[in-house]
Every structure is written in structure tokens, then in C-alpha cells.
Write a protein that binds this ligand. Structure first.
Ligand code: NA7
Length: 542
């Protein structure tokens, strides 16, 4: 028996363990993997990389950690981020309270004793007054049910469950299904390492070249010298990123200083011709700086057209180029994908693009993929087909609340939670970066720190007030869900043509609800703070 049981040892679970320990609570973390790292433990496919600059995608709770750690690249790859996670586990001696190789299969509230009782796959049980689900937003891989999939005799892989021992794909005929972030990151690397690569694409993607810069010592030092200011700026930025621009990284005479935000988010009411000329000068990535693209349908269409023109120029075979063009949805609907040589990869002789909308996959055979037009012989088949995002891991944990009501019953029409932190009927159970919080629309490490700190304070409040339970009222929860929906309405994210994992649209029969909070991290944080200041408005206690 411990005070708090935490499910998951990714960044959220690790920081929760460290924080709860510091406040004098006994903590047990349960983790399905054999080590820490969460997303960065499982997603070790070639090319995996974070889309937030590493100096920002890092914890701010320890000044010495900030000063000691060095990142090799501006946007570091998965192995470096996993090293950072391991360093944190070592530095704060976390592993002694983490039970690895243990997947939680049941989380049940014992009303009589006010305890959460958790059971793992192997039958081990744990109990605690508080249960914190730090199970991640992208942690349940989605593998589509393709007919015949079970009979494939070659090597089958999923980007979200990549093996620790790097599979040797050299000389092999490899197929990959999916062209979201994972597919787009993996495809250029796979093309270099395997014999032949066949890409099965259902929806073409809008992807722009990523920043590939190595970290410069002077830039890193400037960050380290300004970290307190940077962390403060993160708290006031919509996406939890400071946009701090080191003087040392700015070309001479560029007229920027530390005081000016990196790529100001001002609206640029430019003509199509002016936009084209700007992209020609600065590269396709500049398209993300036309901020009206995200709010104005006409600007969005202009940008989509320009994007397609640029792809046509990058891909040698006009037919292949045409297949790579997203046409039925706009920029800003899905999470922006960043790539390294994605389009150029389709100019390689060993890469074939199959549009499975034109020629659908009929079935997976023992030795490949049969589409309506031909059979593709394959030695390996890779699923880059995403995740049951945001709610998947919570629903899979089989959570039973008061009166034995399950979370699956409560959420049958979509997630209903207060602030993405707690659910009515599930007293003393907290979710880190749950649905209805900024989570995936924010720098995750900033979102995690804010949530864990909030939960820590809430537990402290319950304990120091001699209370038994804490949970939201149903009215507060419904108001919050209505607010989350209303701020998402009218954005590109929820356009009728948009089918993203943010909306659950990638999972058959999942309710179509925009799950993260799009109102901005600072607004959200202030709301959380105001609720605490107002005697935990919207929460009920026993
Ligand atoms: P995504 O973004 O959900 O992409 C999954 C891809 O897999 C996408 O291209 C899907 O096409 C495709 N997919 C899924 N099911 C099928 C079937 N049945 N047939 C063909 N193609 C299919 O997941 P990622 O892992 O790439 O990225 C998730 C997040 O991780 C990313 O946004 C970053 O935040 C990190 P579709 O678009 O559904 O037609």
C-alpha cells in the first residue's frame, strides 16, 4: 500500500514520482515497458524525432539538470531524448519505485476503503488512496484491421512498437502503410537502408522541411544563461514554447534581438504572388508563418495551392507528384508534419508510391500486399498507422469508478473530464494531460509539469484539510466540455473536411470530438490557477 500509484513511466510518470516523493508521499509507478521514456521508449523507428526544439522540450523543474544537460541538435532525435529520460531516472534515483514490465489491466475504486486497486497482466496488485494515470496521449498503437493481416509470413513492425534490437532491413523488400508524422519521418531513412520500399498511402500529407541544425555551443549557452526567463515565457505562450531567439543564432544585421519573438506570429495579409515569392526566397517551411492560413479559408486555400506547386517541383515524376498532393483538406487540420527529404525520397529508384484510395488494399497475403491492381511481394511490412490518441490508454486500462461505473460507459459519447485532470465518479483519480487539456497542442513537457504540479497541490490540499475524496461536479465537467468544444469550433482543426487523430477520426467508431483544449496554454493555466484560488471551484470533496 502506498499513498499514490502512478501508471506510466514516461516523462509524466517520472516527474510525478519525483514530485510526490518530494512532498513526502510514498509512490509506486507501474510501467508496461522494460525501462523509462514512454513515447520515446516505444517509438524508436528510424527517423523518429521531436517537433519541438530540444532546449524547450526539456524539464524546467531543476536548474542543475537544465545546466548539466546538452543536446546535440536543435531538434533532437529519439535516441537523444531517450538518453535524457534515462539520465533523469538515474539522477533522481527513480527506478527503485518503478515496477517495469507490468501492464495495468484493471483500475478499480474500492468505495468502502477509499482505495484504488490496480491489477497487472501478471496478476500483481497494487493499492493507493490516489491514482494518477500518466499513460500518455499517443501510447496505444493503432493497427488497422486489414483482411488477411494475420497470415503475413514476413517481418511485421509498427512504428509505435519498434523493437529494441534494430531489425536488419538491408536488401529487403519493405512495405510501409501510413504517411502521417511517423511514416514521413521513417520513409526517407527506410529507403536508404532497405532494398526496395513500397509506400502505401491513403491520405497525402502537408509536410515541410524540418530544421536540421546541429546545436552550437554559443546558442546553447545563451539558452542556459536565460533559462529562467525562457521558462517564464513558455508559461505565457499559446503552445508552451518560449520562442526565445538567441542573439548568437541571428545573422548579423538581421535586426532581431532577444526581446523579439522568434518568427513573430503576426498576420501577414500578403497577395498570392507575394506569398509565392516569400516561399521561393525562404523555402517551403515559411508557409507556416502565414498565420492567417489557420483562421481564414481564402488564405488557407492560397497556401494549399502554393504548397502543391512546390511539391510538383520537388518530385521528378509528375504522376507520382500528383499522387502526393493533399487535395481534400487544408493546412492546419492535422498536426503539422516536419520532414527530412520526404519528397526527394520519391525520386529514388528503389521507392514506389501506391495510392490505396485509387487501388485499395484487398488483403495482406502470406508474402505481401494485394491491391486491386497488383500484388506487392514484401519481406517486411511496417504499420505507421498512428495511435488511438488521448483516450485510448485510459479506456484500455479498464477503469471502474464509484458504483462500478466504468470510464468506457461514462465516455461512450466522447471524453468528459474537468480540465482534462479529473472525472466525476472517479474520486482521487487524476489524469496527466488528459482530454480537454492543452496536452498535444502544447510543448508536452510544459503541459506535464503544470499538470503534475497542480495534482500535487490538490493532493496536498486534500491531505492537509483532512479530506477523504476529491472529484469534479458533473455540472463543472459538462461546462468545461462545452467550453472545450466551443473554442475548437470554427478552427481549421474541426473543418468538416478534416479527419485527424485530434478528432478521433482515425479510429473506426470513435466519437468525433476535438479532444485537446485549443484555447491556449496560458488561458488554460490561468483557469486552473483561478479554480484553486476560488476554493477548488467545480470540485466536490468528502
Ligand atoms: P497518424 O498521424 O495518425 O498517421 C497514420 C497514417 O496511417 C495516416 O497516413 C493514415 O491515413 C494511415 N492509415 C491508418 N489506417 C490506415 C489504413 N487502414 N490503410 C491505409 N492507411 C492507413 O499517426 P502517426 O504515428 O504518423 O503520427 C501521430 C502523431 O505522433 C503525430 O501527429 C505526432 O504528434 C507524433 P489516413 O490519414 O487515416 O487516411
Amino acid at each position: 500500500m502506498v499513498d499514490v500509484v502512478v501508471v506510466g513511466a514516461g516523462f509524466a510518470g517520472m516527474y510525478a514520482l519525483h514530485t510526490f516523493r518530494r512532498q513526502g508521499l510514498s509512490v509506486q509507478v507501474i510501467e508496461a515497458g522494460s525501462d523509462v521514456g514512454g513515447t520515446w521508449y516505444w517509438n524508436r523507428y528510424p527517423g523518429a524525432r521531436c517537433d519541438v526544439p530540444s532546449l524547450e522540450y526539456s524539464f524546467g523543474f531543476s536548474e542543475s539538470l537544465e545546466q548539466d544537460w546538452s543536446w546535440p541538435e536543435v531538434f533532437s532525435a529519439q535516441p537523444e531524448i531517450l538518453k535524457y529520460a534515462n539520465h533523469i531516472a538515474d539522477r533522481f534515483d527513480l527506478r527503485r519505485d518503478i515496477k517495469f514490465n507490468s501492464r495495468v489491466v484493471e483500475v478499480r475504486y474500492d468505495e468502502t476503503n477509499n482505495k484504488w486497486r490496480l491489477r497487472t497482466e501478471s496478476g500483481e496488485t497494487f493499492s493507493a488512496k490516489y491514482c494518477v494515470m500518466a499513460t500518455g496521449c499517443l501510447s496505444v498503437p493503432n493497427k488497422p484491421e486489414l483482411p488477411g493481416a494475420e497470415q503475413f509470413g514476413g517481418l511485421e513492425l509498427h512504428t509505435g512498437l519498434w523493437p529494441k534490437d534494430e531489425p536488419d532491413l538491408s536488401g529487403l523488400k519493405v512495405g510501409i502503410v501510413g504517411t502521417g508524422s511517423s511514416g514521413v519521418q521513417a520513409i526517407p531513412e527506410l529507403a536508404k537502408m532497405c532494398g526496395e520500399l513500397t509506400v502505401f498511402q491513403r491520405t497525402p500529407v502537408y509536410t515541410v522541411p524540418a530544421n536540421r541544425k546541429a546545436m552550437r555551443t554559443a546558442v546553447e549557452q545563451e539558452f542556459k544563461d536565460n533559462y529562467r526567463d525562457i521558462r517564464a515565457r513558455q508559461q505565457d505562450n499559446q503552445g508552451g514554447v518560449s520562442n526565445f531567439r538567441p542573439v548568437k543564432s541571428v545573422p548579423k544585421n538581421a535586426g532581431l534581438s532577444v526581446e523579439q519573438p522568434y518568427r513573430a506570429n503576426e498576420i501577414k495579409p500578403l497577395t498570392p504572388a507575394a506569398r509565392r515569392s516569400q516561399l521561393e526566397q525562404k523555402g517551403l517551411g515559411e508557409i507556416l508563418n502565414f498565420r492567417d492560413v489557420y483562421t481564414d479559408t481564402e488564405a488557407n486555400e492560397i497556401a494549399n495551392d502554393l504548397f502543391r506547386d512546390f511539391v510538383r517541383e520537388m518530385v521528378a515524376d509528375p504522376e507520382v507528384a500528383e499522387r502526393l498532393l493533399p487535395k481534400d483538406y487544408g493546412l492546419g487540420c492535422k498536426r503539422q508534419v516536419l520532414d527530412r527529404d520526404y519528397y526527394a525520397t520519391f525520386n529514388r529508384d528503389n521507392v514506389t508510391l501506391v495510392d490505396v484510395r485509387d487501388t485499395p488494399i484487398q488483403q495482406i497475403t502470406t508474402n505481401g500486399v494485394q491491391t486491386t491492381s497488383q500484388h506487392f511481394d514484401l519481406d517486411a511490412l511496417i504499420y505507421a498507422t498512428g495511435f488511438d490518441a488521448m483516450t485510448g490508454a485510459l479506456l484500455k486500462s479498464d477503469i471502474h469508478g464509484r458504483g462500478d461505473r466504468t470510464l468506457n460507459e461514462k465516455w461512450q459519447y466522447g471524453p468528459q473530464a474537468y480540465l482534462g485532470l479529473q472525472m466525476e465518479g472517479f474520486p482521487n483519480l487524476f489524469t496527466v494531460t488528459g482530454p480537454g487539456s492543452p496536452s498535444v497542442l502544447c510543448n508536452m513537457l510544459v503541459a506535464i509539469e503544470q499538470h503534475v504540479n497542480w495534482i500535487s497541490e490538490a493532493i496536498n490540499y486534500v491531505e492537509s484539510s483532512g479530506l477523504r475524496t476529491m472529484e469534479p461536479t458533473e455540472a463543472a465537467e459538462l461546462d468545461w466540455v462545452a467550453h472545450v468544444n466551443s473554442v475548437a469550433e470554427g478552427t481549421m482543426y474541426t473543418a468538416p473536411s478534416c479527419n485527424s487523430w485530434y478528432l478521433g477520426a482515425n479510429i473506426p467508431n470513435k466519437p468525433r470530438i476535438f479532444m485537446p483544449y485549443v484555447g491556449g496554454y496560458p488561458q488554460y493555466r490561468e483557469r486552473c490557477e483561478a479554480i484553486v484560488a476560488n476554493a477548488y471551484e467545480g470540485f466536490q470533496f468528502t
